[in-house]
Design a binder for this molecule. Structure first.
Ligand code: KG4
Ligand code: ZN
Length: 341
């Protein structure tokens, strides 16, 4: 079965063609980062309008490039969670094309897309596993027994990990999205100059909280600010280093705890923050000690993309699931309410 995947939940327009036999045939992404940069975050109305402009040309070109014109058997589009206007663009285009081509369509959960993205790589892990989902809007630990068999183990009580990266970056005048900028700056940081807290690691449980870390970062920035309102370059790098270590360490402690609690030895990490090299390195180190392994997708499939939606949709379509003719998008949609296969 050849599936066209469409992702428009936030500020990236992603498309892909995935074949249940041949695997991923191609994918393409248009990022709106520049459009939103001057506002320091995503402006929902601008995002929707830009998806309208970019989506159909992207679909046309991916169909050409993968030699898939008139060969698509089904369409998968992100139908939540995300920005309602942005979701509606992908939903309306995907559902209408499926109607016109007389093929089934399926609405895909964006976080299930992220969660399954590591399975697009060679030598994917087998179920069951624990998943750490770390994106701009979510920080969740999930016990995964199979597709759609998700039990929430813990989540952030306030900011998501990616959101914390973005806010810390903003305090040091770095561009949006801040995660990759903090990571780059941290490479020049001095280990040990600052020690940031590891929130909620000294008590049992698998929930997270990153808002205190944000305040700690702001206080440190303010304390070292010079006349222009910012600390000197080396101090910014040292703060970025300490901040990243605190987030990464906190995530690693909870992942290890989740694996032990579920009696499992496989972890997958997914979502934008899973592109963070220091997180990958730290988890590899921590899990080796408990005979466990961590799996993740290539960088471009950690952040939003169409391939993960085509892949997740394909798994469900092959099992006979599909969505009706109405375009129902769900800006809020708990992952553990999904149907299993
Ligand atoms: O999954 P994603 O592309 O979009 C959402 O579904 O939210 O995640 C975006 C988030 C942003 O907060 C961004 O700063 C963060 O992922 N991010 C990173 C890195 N690359 C992206 N955070 C830390 N280190 C990175 N290398
Ligand atoms: Zn995402």
């Amino acid at each position: 079965m050849r599936v066209l995947g469409i992702e428009t939940s936030c500020d990236e327009t992603g498309v892909a063609v995935y074949d249940s036999e041949a695997g991923l045939l191609g994918h393409d992404l248009y990022s709106q980062i520049e459009l939103h940069a001057e506002y320091g975050g995503v402006v929902p109305e601008l995002a929707s309008r830009d998806h309208i402009r970019k989506l159909i040309p992207l679909i046309d070109s991916i169909l050409d490039r993968t030699d898939s014109q008139n060969k698509i058997d089904a369409i998968a589009y992100t139908c939540g969670p995300g920005l309602i206007g942005a979701l509606l663009v992908g939903g309306c285009v995907g559902r209408s094309l499926a109607y016109a081509w007389n093929v089934p369509a399926i609405g895909v959960h964006h976080m299930e897309g992220h969660l399954l993205a590591p399975l697009l790589e060679d030598n994917p892990p087998d179920f069951p596993f624990v998943a750490l989902l770390v994106s701009g809007g979510h920080t969740q630990l999930v016990e995964v027994k199979g597709i759609g068999e998700y039990t929430l183990l813990g989540e952030s009580l306030d900011d998501a990990a990616g959101e914390a990266f973005d806010k810390a970056a903003k305090m040091m005048d770095l561009d949006y999205p801040g995660g990759p900028h903090i990571a780059r700056l941290a490479e020049k940081g001095t280990p040990g100059r600052f020690k940031f807290p590891r929130p909620m690691t000294d008590r049992p449980g698998l929930d997270f909280s990153f808002s205190g870390l944000k305040t700690f970062t702001l206080n440190t920035v303010t304390k070292h600010a010079q006349a222009d309102g910012l600390p000197d370059d080396q101090t910014c790098a040292d703060i970025a280093f300490a901040f990243q270590e605190a987030v990464v360490d906190t995530l690693a402690i909870k992942c290890r705890r989740a694996l032990q609690q579920c009696n499992m030895n496989t972890l997958i990490i997914a979502g934008g923050v899973s592109a963070n090299n220091r997180l990958r390195e730290r988890l590899e180190e921590a899990l080796a000690k408990i005979n466990s392994r961590v799996f993740y997708a290539r960088h471009e499939f950690c952040t939003d993309n169409g391939a993960m939606i085509a892949f997740a949709g394909c798994q469900r379509l092959v099992a006979g699931q599909k969505t009706g003719l109405a375009v129902d998008v769900m800006p809020r949609w708990p992952l553990d309410t999904l149907e299993s296969l």
